[in-house]
Design a protein around this ligand. Structure first.
Ligand code: NDP
Ligand code: GDR
Length: 375
């Protein structure tokens, strides 16, 4: 019997890391993940696959570490000698990168270099395959629609500029040292595990809270922005597929369909039984409840304003439109996304509605709720 494969995932506690860990465990991999030291538990997304360290036959191992810490990364790569490294760890919030540009560069750009250097330094170039979580944010200011592997990059945030370095250093280590390194240029992908401050989750969670009476209004930034949103489950499958080819290559991963943030708000509301109407323009635009389904259990009334614009959520430089062309992934790897954006939106709303109802009970019994975060 062949020895089981091993994988090291940076960012295992994040949205993609949690789905990828599940996926690789189901394929029989030994999975190692790097988690950061935090003052409270930060492993909620992977608690369901956690294995007691005292048990035998474990196949999931968590290690403390950080992408800013070269010696830690090198030691882990030396000890694990992974067949595959998935570099998903990042300061991944575009708006936050304007507040913390240097840290974002350290983690997202130099962190990638540190990992590649560990592979090179330990002479694992022929053994260890490397996946880099690249991003459609590289395209930034529109040069071509839809965006494909050959579209020129024009990053529009410190996050995207850091990821540009990471993209090219992965290409360079492939060409210079023969490392099997691939960039997945992933367009936005979401799920019920999406961080609460990304726009889709902010909407599904915010509207669910308003629907049950925990909140009154959702404050948004640029709702004209257009995105190509897929489901994270579909996208992690492709991350693995990219490392199973004969030759390393870079791929765009996208659905090929595009919607506005405003549309996503309307879908989320519809899943709750609310029809929305938008009035006004610019920062004066509001989202109003236009109709309520008979079976919707809510105290909201027709005419209630539940969405407003707050310019503090606008970014200094915005990426207005992203639409990916996934034909290369389809032609060469047979990959097609299985979950539509609208289905994903409905799933996210249903999960957030369950949490909102649970939180309502908690509040009714006199216990405080964690405050929502901004951005
Ligand atoms: P998340 O923000 O959900 O997860 C990021 C992960 O990185 C978390 O596990 C986080 O740890 C970890 N991390 C953050 N800083 C460090 C650090 N200094 N050292 C080690 N680990 C760190 O992101 P996603 O899962 O959504 O995305 C995964 C990757 O894919 C990211 O690199 C992102 O930039 C990229 N990407 C994402 C897309 C998307 O639409 N989701 C699209 C294109 C690219 P902790 O839990 O402790 O915060
Ligand atoms: P993005 O995702 O910046 O594309 O990066 P995000 O969900 O944060 O924003 C998408 C678009 O929505 C607009 N927007 C708002 N965004 C947030 N967060 N909050 C708001 O209130 C709001 N209102 C409007 C934004 O301006 C933007 O145009 C994500 C991350 O996962 C990156 O790590 C990844 O690389 C890219 O997707 C592809």
């Amino acid at each position: 019997m062949s020895k089981r494969k091993s994988a090291l995932i940076t960012g295992i506690t994040g949205q993609d890391g949690s789905y990828l860990a599940e996926f690789l465990l189901a394929k029989g991999y030994e999975v190692h993940g790097i988690k950061r030291r935090a003052s409270s538990f930060n492993t909620q997304r992977i608690d369901h696959i956690f294995q007691d360290p005292h048990e035998n036959n474990k196949n999931l191992f968590l290690h403390y570490g950080d992408l800013t810490d070269s010696s830690n990364l090198t030691r882990l790569v030396r000890d694990i000698e992974p067949d595959e490294v998935y570099n998903l760890g990042a300061q991944s919030h575009v708006a936050v990168s304007f507040e913390s540009p240097e840290y974002t560069a350290d983690v997202d750009a130099i962190g990638t270099l540190r990992l590649l250097e560990a592979i090179r330094f330990l002479k694992l170039e022929k053994k260890t395959k490397f996946y880099q979580a690249s991003t459609s944010e590289l395209y930034g200011l529109v040069q071509e629609i839809p965006q494909r592997e050959t579209t020129p990059f024009y990053p529009r945030s410190p996050y995207a500029v850091a990821k540009l370095y990471a993209y090219w250093i992965a290409v360079n280590y492939r060409e210079a040292y023969g490392i099997y390194a691939c960039n997945g240029i992933l367009f936005n992908h979401e799920s019920p595990r999406r961080g609460e401050t990304f726009v889709t989750r902010k909407i599904t969670r915010g509207l669910a809270n308003i629907f049950v009476g925990l909140d009154k209004c959702l404050y948004m930034g640029n709702i004209d922005a257009l995105r190509d949103w897929g489901h994270a489950k579909d996208f992690v499958r492709m991350q693995w597929m990219m490392l199973q080819q004969d030759k390393p290559q870079d791929f765009v991963i996208a659905t090929g369909k595009q919607y506005s943030v405003r549309q996503f708000i309307s879908w989320s509301a519809a899943e709750l039984g609310l029809t929305m109407r938008f009035e006004g323009s610019g920062t004066e635009e509001v989202g109003i409840v236009d109709a309520i389904a008979d079976d919707a259990e809510t105290d909201l009334k027709v005419g209630d304003v539940i969405v407003r614009i707050d310019p503090k959520y606008f970014r200094p430089t915005e990426v207005e439109t992203l639409l990916g062309d996934p034909s290369k992934a389809k032609a060469e790897l047979g990959w097609v996304p299985e979950i539509t954006c609208e289905e994903m939106c409905a799933e996210m709303v249903r999960e957030d509605l369950k949490s909102a109802r649970r939180n309502l009970l908690v509040e009714k019994h006199g216990y405080g709720l964690p405050q929502s975060h901004e951005l």
